[in-house]
Design a binder for this molecule. Structure first.
Ligand code: ANZ
Ligand code: ZN
Length: 855
């Protein structure tokens, strides 16, 4: 063995060896127990970053460990390859989105391979290829046939200068990202998936996901947003119609002083046709944003329609009806009863339009019907000033009002979800074409299965804004599959979240002629351990759960939840530095991608020097530099560390080890130069250990115990994703071995340590395994077995006697009870041989000393 571990050579050698042997190919017909380990697949942006390295290193350790513990492992990799950045690149750099994406995939695949991941590359997929998205189109049509897809008018962001639809991320402070024009809302006919049909299931299913972080389950629960309330009907005083409102506080009904309806409410819309002032008002409201957050913070605006409704419980009371900007059309009924004393939005509104504010819930002793101040009271209390419900608790009053409304026929209890149907239409090129044809005569026609995939045209242009699919000269012109008359292809593409909603199924089974084979997919699914960033805690995970349940409902698959275990890893962070500069200097540099804040500029940590005890930036005339906070690695803060040079310099194993060490995997991991140096030194130290003398005799019980504790502990830690703890235990064992005198026990420990580090430091382990003359690969070696007797902290040797004569000794935990000692004695092989079938007449147990069997 050479005295130095050469990672560059070892990385290459073993990566080639694994590939040649197809070591990590997952065999769908294997009889072994299965383990499906998956990390969220990357977007092919061009280069891998440290966040990827951390994510994939963790999954890899688990996958390798599962293989060693006898599982058939599925650990695949692919590319979430559709989306806006490719189109942006096309617009900015005149490259085709497909070329850009495929080149990025090639570059990132090569980088990922340098990490030495135990991936079944034969299952690699990219969502931008027809052999993936064609199957997605088939699934879309299955959902369509089952009534889970529909079309409706819905608002999009419209850039009036570029004459194009903008994605939400292309709207910056209400303006188009390219034109800078104020973005308008436009109504377009768009495709929706009926996720709301699954709201209750998706909510209830969370209970079964006990291997998910609580915070993610809570976020999903809030997103689904179940609320129990009531739908109340208020008759218009002129008897012409009635307005239904949705309320979670029917107990406050005696405090209602107005009704407010959304701009898009049918009554408002109808009235606007006749009343210009209302039309102008609605136009004005549209300019504000439509997200919940924007509405929450916008100034409350109202338009008095002049209509009134009758209060159902207060004779002769009439409430004015306003059109208001804070009421959303797509929640509840698009109308609310305003109870200003007990709802802040209603109070703001009432003060502005001078409406009555009547207290109906006591605030401690305060039962005054005249509510003062500008802070609504939304606490609990006794109901007051409220007729038949006076004196009740909020809960009892709710029930009483609902009961009365139901009896009298002006309302009924209703459950409401915040979750909206999933709008999947995107007016973009680089996505999965929606497989629909619009015929003037036959209407909406699904593309016949025989015509799938609907492939994106290659010859498209990006020099003018808008959807290239729509302006392509020929692509959208097709014959109607029904009447054969000229018809038009749908030019919208699917939201890329659709692509990532079933890729884990396609990984498990990828026939050519179908999205997946049910039996094969079910043999792997659900994913046992899914690992990724918490930024996907809501949308991606919810859509994937929905898609799985939808496929289940239409009989395509037997599972309901796609991911049994979920782990959300922390970020990789790094120091930040800023230089204080004069404007002129910044302009002098004009380096392009440096982000400046008036007179501050971010400086990359490796561009800084120390002069006279002060931090300076030599490339910028020694400008003084200040240390900033430790933050998530990002290009804008110039604190990223590119993984590839690290592989060159320290080798994949040192980088992997760094990613696993120190910080618990769910926490942030600060990158540091000294840290990676340290892991590199540790890798070398282990190598020297493996190079140690062998062939010694004699046992060393302390080393035996240390080894077996490490075997059990490291295995359990990896299984529980406690990688930093596993790393610490490797350190402990290595220290113990280094300190121990040569012995057979020590040799065994060294030999076994190679297998213990194999999931984490696979290249070093293979190199040592081979150098010490083992055959085969350590990747294929079984995980060592821990001897339970050696795990016992305080174990003791006990004599086993037959008729007073010593026949064997066994190791048991100190204080083992009599029954257990007797059991161990009568099942002991040597004792059984002596007894030769006879049953002992008497068993004498002296705890912690001996067992004597009298035959
Ligand atoms: C009367 C009331 C009195 C209300 C009170 C609250 C407090 P969650 O819990 O989120 O479901 N609301 C109903 N539909 C709305 C819409 N389309 N746009 C804006 N607000 C709407 O919230 C339900 C409450 O939000 C409802 O209960 C309603 O106001 C309002 F002291 O009714 B409440
Ligand atoms: Zn037709």
């Amino acid at each position: 063995m050479s005295t130095r571990f050469n990672p560059l050579a070892a990385d290459k050698r073993w990566q080639a060896e694994w590939e040649a042997r197809q070591s990590f190919a997952a065999d769908s017909s294997s009889p072994k127990p299965r383990a499906y380990v998956l990390e969220m697949f990357p977007y092919p942006s061009g280069r891998i970053h440290m966040g990827h390295v951390r994510n994939y290193a963790m999954g890899d350790v688990l996958a390798r460990y599962k293989r060693m513990t006898g599982h058939e492992v599925l650990h695949p990799m692919g590319w979430d390859a559709f989306g806006m950045p490719a189109e942006n690149a096309a617009m900015e750099r005149k490259v085709h989105p497909g070329d850009w994406t495929r080149a990025n995939i090639a570059a990132m695949r090569a980088q990922l391979k340098r990490l030495g991941l135990a991936i079944d590359w034969s299952r690699e997929l990219a969502t931008c290829e027809p052999d993936y998205y064609g199957h997605e189109q088939a699934l879309f049509l299955d959902l369509y046939k089952a009534g889970l897809v529909y079309r409706k008018e819905s608002a999009v962001n419209w850039d009036p200068v570029d004459m194009t639809v903008l994605a939400n991320e292309q709207v910056i402070d209400g303006r188009g990202w390219r034109s800078g024009a104020l973005v308008e809302k436009r109504k377009l006919s768009q495709w929706f998936l009926k996720i709301t049909d699954f709201a209750e299931e998706l909510l209830e299913g969370l209970d079964s996901l006990d291997q998910w972080p609580d915070k993610v389950r809570l976020m999903q629960e809030n997103w689904i947003g179940k609320s129990k309330g009531v739908r109340l009907s208020f008759a218009l005083s002129d008897g012409s119609d009635s307005i239904d409102v949705y309320s979670t506080r029917p107990d406050t009904i005696f405090g209602a002083s107005f009704l407010a309806i959304a701009c898009d409410h049918p009554i408002a819309q109808e009235m606007a046709v006749r009343r210009h002032a209302l039309e102008v008002f609605i136009e004005e409201c549209r300019k504000g944003g439509t997200t919940a957050a924007e509405i929450e913070t916008a100034e409350k605006l109202g338009f008095d329609t002049g209509l009134t409704v009758d209060h159902p419980l207060i004779p002769d009371a009439k409430l004015p009806v306003f059109v208001a900007n804070f009421v959303l059309m797509d929640y509840g009924t698009g109308a609310v009863m305003g109870v200003p004393a007990h709802d802040q939005r209603d109070l703001d509104f009432a003060r502005k339009y001078e409406l009555p504010v009547r207290r109906v819930v006591a605030d401690g002793d305060d039962v005054d019907p005249y509510f003062r101040g500008n802070t609504a009271f939304n606490g609990d209390g006794v109901i007051v000033n409220s007729g038949f419900i006076d004196g009740m608790s909020v809960g009892d009053a709710k029930a009483a009002v609902i009961a009365r409304a139901e009896v009298e026929g002006w309302g009924e209890g209703q459950t409401q979800y915040r979750l909206r149907d999933w709008g999947v239409s995107r007016q973009r090129y680089w996505g999965t074409p929606i497989p629909i044809i619009h015929c003037e005569f036959c209407g909406v026609m699904p593309v016949p299965r025989s015509q799938l995939p609907v492939v994106l045209p290659e010859d498209v242009t990006f020099d003018i804004p808008g959807n290239p699919l729509d302006r392509h000269p020929t692509w959208k012109h097709v014959a109607c599959p029904n009447c054969n008359e000229p018809a038009r292809r749908e030019t919208d593409t699917l939201d890329t979240f659709a692509d990532s909603s079933w890729y884990f199924i396609r990984f498990a089974s990828q026939p050519k002629d179908a999205p997946f084979d049910r039996a094969e997919a079910e043999s792997w699914l659900p994913v046992g351990q899914y690992i990724g960033g918490v930024e996907h805690a809501i949308l991606h995970l919810l859509y994937a759960r929905f898609w799985t349940r939808a496929l289940n409902r239409i009989g395509k698959i037997g599972i309901t939840e796609p991911f049994t275990g979920l782990f959300t890893q922390g970020m990789v962070t790094h120091e930040t530095y800023r230089a204080r500069l004069e404007r002129a200097e910044i302009e002098a540099v004009a380096a392009g991608n440096l982000e400046t804040t008036t007179t501050y500029m971010w400086v990359a940590p490796d561009e800084i020097a120390e002069k006279d005890g002060k931090l300076v930036w030599p490339a910028m005339m020694d400008a003084p530099v200040e240390r900033g906070r430790i933050e998530k690695m990002s290009k804008s803060k110039r604190n990223t560390v590119d993984p590839e040079p690290m592989f060159d310099h320290y080798g994949a194993d040192a980088v992997r080890w760094f990613m696993l060490s120190d910080s618990p995997p769910e926490r942030d991991l600060p990158w540091s130069e000294s840290g990676i140096e340290g892991t590199w030194r540790f890798v070398q130290r282990l190598w020297r250990l493996f190079d140690a003398e062998t062939g010694n005799a004699g046992a060393d019980p302390a080393i035996d115990r240390a080894l077996h504790r490490a075997i059990a502990g490291i295995g359990a830690d990896i299984d529980g994703l406690g990688f930093n703890k596993a790393v610490a235990k490797v350190h402990e064992l290595a220290n113990a071995i280094e300190k121990a005198a040569p012995s057979a026990s020590r040799d065994t420990a060294i030999e076994t340590l190679i297998r213990l580090i194999a999931p984490m430091l696979p290249h070093l382990a293979e190199e040592a395994w081979a150098a010490r003359g083992n055959t085969g690969l350590v990747a294929d070696a079984p995980w060592p077995e821990a001897d339970p007797a050696l795990l016992v902290e305080d174990s003791i040797t006990v004599a086993l006697q037959v008729n007073g004569k010593l026949r064997d000794t066994i190791t048991v935990a100190k204080g083992t009870d009599k029954a257990e000692m007797e059991r161990l004695a009568v099942t002991n092989a040597k004792v059984l041989a002596i007894l030769a079938g006879a049953t002992p007449k008497k068993v004498i147990v002296v705890p912690d000393r001996l067992v004597n069997l009298v035959a």
